[in-house]
Write a protein that binds this ligand. Structure first.
Ligand SMILES: *[C@@H]1O[C@H](CO)[C@@H](O)[C@H](O)[C@H]1NC(C)=O
Ligand SMILES: *[C@@H]1O[C@H](CO)[C@@H](O)[C@H](O)[C@H]1NC(C)=O
Ligand SMILES: *[C@@H]1O[C@H](CO)[C@@H](O)[C@H](O)[C@H]1NC(C)=O
Ligand SMILES: *[C@@H]1O[C@H](CO)[C@@H](O)[C@H](O)[C@H]1NC(C)=O
Ligand SMILES: *[C@@H]1O[C@H](CO)[C@@H](O)[C@H](O)[C@H]1NC(C)=O
Ligand SMILES: *[C@@H]1O[C@H](CO)[C@@H](O)[C@H](O)[C@H]1NC(C)=O
Ligand SMILES: *[C@@H]1O[C@H](CO)[C@@H](O)[C@H](O)[C@H]1NC(C)=O
Length: 516
């Protein structure tokens, strides 16, 4: 090779490496009718590795931006005390000395549908999905919700013992769905994040234990004579999963019992009233779990809509034994737009030692939501970010998504209850699409690690929603959402560090990190 040829080769190589390095983690955008998704495949997926240095240097902060215009966790830096804002620029003041709840984490649900959709991709693409959710360079999810048996996001109705009258539970067994679609992916999540905490929920007891002998339907209460046998059933599930190295941090009293009071609802469901559930926890689930090898597992009450609060807690906690066994309240987001967040404050004030965890949310569930999967919809990402900020500012210790992964129809679901998901697979091209909802959650989950504490942030702006934390390694994390269609100039002020001017892009999520 001639000398100049060699030089050219080196220059080309260097250019390629530099370009490759700076853009190694960028979103590969694709535009659909509703907006932009980031495309991942077997060999490529945008990610968010630690910055260098990991913690911004003295006097500077890191600023990650995602926007409707197409930025996805775009990292830049800003300096404290380097700008002069006009006196009428609104000031948001962080007060790290005023502390609220400790954050437990963020995550999603390992439904049958999730596993089926992941399995529809190549092995390498499957692992990209797991890493982009649970990996250090991904969303760093720290929570996972595990359905006990089938849900509406299964392809058939089933429980772990569908043999009528099997009171000795001799025919109890996990389903093929557990082995094919749940356990392998849960184990991978544990490998990727050994600190992941898992909690489970049954949608219903086996039909033969219920007064209506059905998997769904109106008023399907658990028969009183099976109160103890149902706990045996749940303990058998915990044992089977433990055999696979999957330990549960928590178990709820059951998913959305309110659906058993809705005529024509086809969801797998079992009815509880506050009275029956408190008796079951106080006299069966609580003491039986305590005596089992699962002593110490956290029992989560409600696992249902927040309009049932605080009255369900109020009634259940009147039974001191039930109150003793319950660690916290699990809340779903589905009717939140009609019911104020002050309900969460009241629930917290009623028993401040019981946590509040948001355990299920998705978009595309309303009858008017058409299509069910709106690829690239920023509005749906915005719904996520606004809800997360709201739960954080009202005592929530975490926020857990519904299906981690769905297909383009928002399924599969045996009752055609199709909805949207942050990750949608496209098996035809062995690709998957990361929607704005994925980034909305990641703006929190990637940065607000377990043990972070929410701190005060004084903000009287109506167009900018905000929340703030201090992490265990003493970094301040501020999340700001500009819900306006134009730029917003704000000053972020920390009494210890001074001020920084920020121009918030229209419809942008901003995560700001600095040493405290
Ligand atoms: C995977 O995505 C990357 C980045 O967009 C692209 O360069 C590569 O060709 C894709 N691979 C396949 C098999 O499509
Ligand atoms: C994260 O990304 C960095 C930079 O690309 C890479 O060096 C590191 O190995 C990745 N870490 C993990 C856990 O994937
Ligand atoms: C950080 O910067 C401030 C002013 O820019 C300076 O007063 C202080 O000494 C610096 N602290 C450290 C640890 O470098
Ligand atoms: C903020 O102030 C604290 C306390 O003086 C200091 O330790 C920290 O490094 C400062 N952070 C920045 C970003 O300058
Ligand atoms: C994105 O980040 C780069 C630095 O990595 C910065 O120069 C650029 O201004 C950012 N873009 C926007 C629109 O904030
Ligand atoms: C998996 O992909 C095939 C087509 O590639 C499709 O027929 C099938 O329905 C998909 N499975 C799910 C669960 O979506
Ligand atoms: C917000 O606070 C500023 C002072 O920081 C004040 O001038 C302004 O009137 C307040 N706006 C509202 C809507 O309360």
């Amino acid at each position: 090779m001639k000398m100049w040829n060699k030089c050219w080769a080196v220059v080309t190589l260097v250019t390629f490496v530099i370009a490759g390095y700076t853009h190694a983690n960028d979103c590969v955008p694709r535009e659909f009718t509703y907006g932009i998704v980031c495309v991942c495949n077997a060999t490529y997926c945008d990610d968010t590795p630690d910055s260098n240095p990991r913690i911004p240097e003295n006097g500077t902060l890191y600023w990650y931006v995602s926007s409707k215009s197409g930025l996805r966790l775009n990292l830049s830096q800003a300096r404290f005390n380097s700008c002069k804002a006009s006196s009428d620029t609104p000031v948001l003041t962080v007060d790290p000395s005023k502390r609220y709840q400790t954050i437990f984490g963020f995550g999603g649900a390992f439904t049958d549908a999730t596993g089926m959709n992941i399995r529809n991709l190549s092995q390498a693409a499957q692992d990209q999905i797991m890493r982009t959710y649970y990996g250090r360079n991904g969303s760093r999810y720290s929570l996972g919700r595990i359905p006990i048996g089938g849900t509406d996001f299964s392809t058939r109705p089933y429980t772990y013992d569908d043999s009528p009258g099997d009171v000795s539970l001799q025919y109890f067994s996990l389903a093929p769905e557990d082995y094919n679609y749940k356990i392998p992916f849960i184990k991978r999540a544990i490998e990727l994040n050994p600190d992941v905490k898992l909690f489970s929920a049954a949608w219903t007891a086996p039909p033969w234990m219920k007064v209506n002998d059905q998997i769904n339907g109106l008023f399907g209460f658990l028969e009183r004579r099976y109160y103890g046998i149902y706990v045996d059933y749940l303990i058998k599930f915990l044992k089977e999963y433990k055999k696979h190295g999957i330990d549960m941090w928590g178990i709820s009293t059951g998913n959305e019992p309110i659906n058993a009071f809705m005529p024509f609802d086809r969801l797998n469901v079992m009815a509880w009233t506050p009275g029956t559930v408190s008796e079951w926890v106080a006299d069966y689930a609580g003491p039986m779990l305590e005596k089992s090898e699962f002593n110490g597992i956290n029992i989560l009450l409600l696992d249902d809509q927040r309009f049932e609060l605080p009255w369900v807690d109020e009634i259940v906690f009147r039974n001191p034994k039930a109150k003793h066994y319950i660690s916290g309240t699990a809340v779903h987001w589905y009717f939140d737009r009609f019911f104020p967040s002050s309900i969460l404050d009241k629930t917290h004030d009623l028993s401040p030692d019981k946590f509040i965890l948001m355990t299920e949310a998705c978009t595309g569930y309303k009858s008017q939501d058409n299509p069910k999967v709106a690829l690239g919809s920023w509005e749906r990402g915005q719904e996520y970010v606004l809800s997360i900020i709201e739960y954080m500012n009202h005592w929530g210790i975490g926020w857990v998504d519904w299906n981690l992964v769905l297909n383009k129809a928002g399924g599969p679901t045996w009752i055609n209850n199709n909805v949207d998901s942050p990750i949608i697979v496209n098996p035809e091209t062995d690709e998957f699409f990361k929607q704005p909802m994925y980034y909305a959650l990641k703006h929190f989950s990637r940065f607000v690690e377990r043990g972070s504490v929410r701190i005060d942030l004084n903000n009287n702006l109506s167009n900018v929603e905000s929340t703030a934390f201090v992490t265990p390694s003493n970094e301040v994390v501020v999340v700001l959402y500009n819900r306006n269609n134009k730029e917003e100039d704000v000053v972020l002020k920390d009494p210890n560090n001074g001020s920084v001017c920020l121009k918030l892009l229209p419809y942008s999520i901003n995560t700001i990190i600095y040493a405290q």
